[in-house]
Structures are given as C-alpha cells and as structure tokens.
Design a protein around this ligand. Sequence first.
Ligand code: SF4
Length: 434
Amino acid sequence: MAAEAILLRRSHGATALQAPVPLEAYRGDGGYEGLEKALSMEPGDVIEEVKASGLRGRGGAGFPAGVKWGFIPKETDQPKYLVCNADESEPGTFKDRLLMETDPHQLIEGCAICCYAVGAHICYIYIRGEYVRQAEILETAIREAYDAGVLGDNVLKSGFKLDMRVHRGAGAYICGEETGMLESLEGKRGQPRVKPPFPAIIGAFGAPTVINNVETLCNVPHVMTRGAQWFSDVGTDERNTGPKLYCISGHVERPGVYEFPIGVTLDELLEAAGGVLGGKALKAFIPGGASAALLGAEHSHLPMDFDSLAKVGSMLGSAAVVVMDETTCLVRAVQRLAKFFAHESCGQCTPCREGTNWSQLVLGRIERGEGRPEDPDLLLRMTANMSGTALCALADACVGPVRSLVQNFRPEIEEHLAAGRCPHPYRPVFEETA
Ligand code: SF4
C-alpha cells in the first residue's frame, strides 16, 4: 500500500520532536492556498466539496464532516462558533499532538476554511491541559497568522473576519466528549449535556456550533487544494476515504504515528513499525483506542477503516492501535481500561457510574484468582445494562473492551478461574499509582 505523506508531509519523521513549521515556510510549501481557494468560493460550495470528499470525523465517531457543517443554520441572528476538539485524551492516542506541535498552521488553515464555510467568526481550539507545549506552539502560530493578515478583521484581504483562541482544559477525559467540552469551555463543570438538542443548534454559549477533531480539520486544506475527487480516491472505498494517522503502541518495536491511506491492515502497520516487540507472536490488538473492542491476531489482515472494523464488532475510533503480544494477560489489560473509565466517569448516569466500577472490580477479582464461575456471564449482563442507557458514550466505551474480552477471549478468563490465579507472570512497565 502506497503511503504518501499528506498530513505529515512537513513533519520530519513520525516520532521526532521538532521545531514547528513557521508561517513563512508553511506558505512557501503551498500552505493557505486551500483557504484562498475557499474564500473565492461560495460558503455552501465549500461545504459541498467537503461532503463530496467523504471526509469522516477522525476523533472517534466517524461522522461525515461536510454533513455536520451543513447542519449549522444559515439564517440566524446568533453568532456561530467552531470548536476544534484538541482534548486528545483517549489512551494510546497521540496523533493530534504531533499535528499541532509540528505543523500548527495546517490546523489553523483547516479551522479557517470551516469557519468560512459555516459563517463562524470565532474559533476556539480546546486543548487538553497536559499539552502545555502544544498550546504554546499554537498560540505562537496564531499570533503569526494575525500579524500576516491570515486571521483578524480581513482574512487574506477577503473581508471575512475571524478570531481564533486557544482554550486549555484541565485534564478530564470527559471533556473530550463534545458537550462536556462545551460546558468546560463555558467555565462550568465538564459534564455531558442531554442530547438533543445537538451542538449544531444549541452549542457553545447557546449558539450553533461545529465541533471537529484536530485531524479532521487538518485534512480540510488538502480537500480544498487537491479536490474532493482526489481525496475520495484515497482509502478503501467511497465510505472510507482520505489519509489517516495511526498511533501504534504497546508491544511493538517502533511505536509512533504512521500515516497511511485509511484502511491499512495491522499487518502492514506492524511491518512499518518493525513488528511485534522482540519477535514474539501477536495475541490481540485494540484497533481504535481504549473504547474499542479487542480483536485477536486472526483479524490482523483486516482493513482498519470505519466499516471493516464495525463489521467485526470493533471500531476505528481514534485509530490508536495497541499491540499485545503472546505474554499479555488480557484480563489485566482490560481491568486497567475499566479502571480508567471508572475513574473518568463524571457520575451523572447510574449505568455508567456503577457499571464501570463494577466492571473493574469483577475483572480485578478474576485477575487475583478470586473469580467466580458466573463472572463471565455477569460481565455480559452488566455490559448489556450499560450499553445505550447513559447520557454519553463513556459507558459504551467501557463496554467495548469488557464485552469483547468475554466474547472473543473467554478461554483466557476460564483459565484464570480454573487455575485460581493469573497464568501470566506480571511484567510491570510502569508502577501503578493508586
Ligand atoms: S455516561 Fe458516564 S461520563 Fe457520560 S454523562 Fe453519564 S455518567 Fe457522565
């Protein structure tokens, strides 16, 4: 599979820290030509171009970006907003960090095109609190853009006005959920809202709001400069289009961010990343971040795109691929994920607050050798009660790994129950904190 660098074309390698590309160099490499082109078009035509490209959200849900933009009311007295979701908190995900710290103007350009298309004059980039360096890089780049007339009262002398601000979060996973993020942006506790209404109608400060992920917006300049047809020709099929960043971590020789046309297989990604660590055999992998169902090695040939992974009960999610070798205790791995979700649940919904905690407790006792024969079925009943019964996707995020552990790897649980202990020696990488 060809792997032309599109999103990372100005980044020097997938994992290296580097000085960010300054505005002058960005423009010298064709940067902001997509914005210039968009500004010469009618806003509605820009939306149609993005729709035609098939670009789907890269933050996890995979919703078509152009369709989302089209939901913003055209005739309204209210202001409109774009909120760029840079609260990259899904465990195993670090692609947006690379995009922001190496090529911040690519994101600023994508944001500006989106704002023009939907008629928004204010853009917030909501960035996770831990991304201190990346926030500083973005602020510097935004200042550069104001000084060069790319942002401000007269964007590229078009008469379009656009202000852009970086807003730092405070480190809560739930603020990556779009309405939790809006609450946080408004200065409130970051708890998800009841939906509907959706943010396109009542979003930030009660006004129509587009929310897009960093990588999604970074794709937009390329859609504008190279065209929707080019974009839709990249990838698996017409529903899975464009370039994609995959974060690979875990038991792999060269963890990092790798760019491929969407739909690369794990086998191909592993080949690029040097293979399973130490030449061991692959036991399982998570294809799309902590919320995705675990898959076995027999699925390593599957295209990792939205639809191919959904067909086998998992998801592309944030494309955080976590590799687990033959020595991994999957019960322990999933228990740690459930513990994470229990910790990050905002507590509003009983199925989530109780279900995430009981998931980690039951998995913990299995792992300690204190499991009960009925525990696998108990886990399945619990996940059935959590699925689709809560305000946001966090409860279902916990369901993904827990249910897949029972459904796809039940013999491993049975092995724990029969032995009365964990059959895999504990190999701590980092000491767990309380
Ligand atoms: S599902 Fe969980 S995280 Fe989401 S609103 Fe309900 S309690 Fe909060």
